[in-house]
Design a protein around this ligand. Sequence first.
Ligand code: GLU
Length: 469
Amino acid sequence: MSAVKTRFPPSPTGHLHLGGARTALFNWLFARHHGGSFLLRFEDTDRERSKQEYVDSIKEALEWLELYWDEGPYFQTQRLDIYAEYARKLFEEGKAYYCECSPEVLEQKRKKAIAEGRKPKYDGTCREKGLGPGPGRVLRFKCPQVGTTVVEDLIRGPVAFDNQELDDFVLVRPDGIPTYQFAVVIDDLTMGITHVIRGDDHLSNTPKQILLFEALGATPPEYAHVPMILGPDGSRLSKRHGALSILAYRDEGYLPQAMRNYLVRLGWSYGDQEIFTLEEMIEKFDLSRVSKSPARFDPDKLLALNAHYIRQEDTERLAEMVLPFLAELGVKIENPHEEKFLKAVESVKPRARTLKEMAEMMKFYFVPEVEYEEKAAKKFLKAEILPVMEEILVALENMPTFEEKALEELFRGLAEKHQLKLKHVAQPVRVALTGRTVSPGLFEIMDILGKETVIKRLKKAIQYIKEQG
Ligand code: GLU
């Protein structure tokens, strides 16, 4: 086998979605596993729907996932002369012919066929007319009308197609623009693609593409069709199942390694292993372990994986990654390498499932004034706790050092004295310091906030309780 070469050929008519990203990942991993190369190609012949904005965002998403391409990006619109040359060759060899049937007539025939219960396909009106190129004419492939074409799919095994069922499909439109079927074959051929890994919605295109390769006297690449991704409810994956765009996940605070790990498991497995480093994925990935049935998208699993990778991540790096999310909440951090900031990150690291959550959980450390969540204040900042709070305030003011252990002893002692459970003392203080009922460990946050801030916030809470009457 010559050196493996795979490709990812999105149409830049939208952002990179989960399905496309998985296809890119599988192609990338397959190439890396075999020491081959991976190229990027934009199938931008639909000029109306193709946008530079999508070219940019697809590249950005691939780069974010660290799926770097070795070749390209190519653009089909920059290769029109290559397609024209191959079109001429096929025409001259009698393997393609010009057709002058008008779209209206074709549409009528199509409707008639459907009404009569026949499969609508081009009826070959112009097949033997010997027409040359001319205005309004399309170039059609002279498809073999007998025999079968077998796709030796690397995932599903052989899939046979009756050639009779195939159309004399269009290769070049009247405006000279090649169709997808034609451009994809010329590209895969001239770019030396050895393996085409793509969604199984393309399976029905594959016999046509194989026949075209054969007509050009070339060997087709190997094909692998990956089953589709379904939503959690088993229906086709769509927007209502959550964000689909890869960059939207980045903006929600997912880490690229979590996303990659999640994507690789969408349809591929290796025993019951769930966590894969990039190196492991490259080493273990192969097409024989891709499932033949559709994968289901499970946003909770993705979230859990993200939480795992956040816990694994180096605190200094997390500190940098969380900055834009804090900025979005209006928190500006001067120095993310400062000890207090790193400690704050460390304190939420075990709990945050996304960087966005992390920023929300950390925000209280850095705001000038804590805002109380309504429910939290109602439940915990009540008159009956006032004497305890006041006592805590005094005790804290008199504490020489603000250490976790000493703080815990103080709280335990006070709880005992007032015949309260520790949590009944701790919760009001937590609300006073964070505004919320859930936070990192109370003594940990007191240590991070520092004595001055803790005292200030306690005083404010005491004042608040008094004002509530
Ligand atoms: N542009 C096609 C798509 O985005 C590529 C299909 C293929 O891999 O051949 O679906």
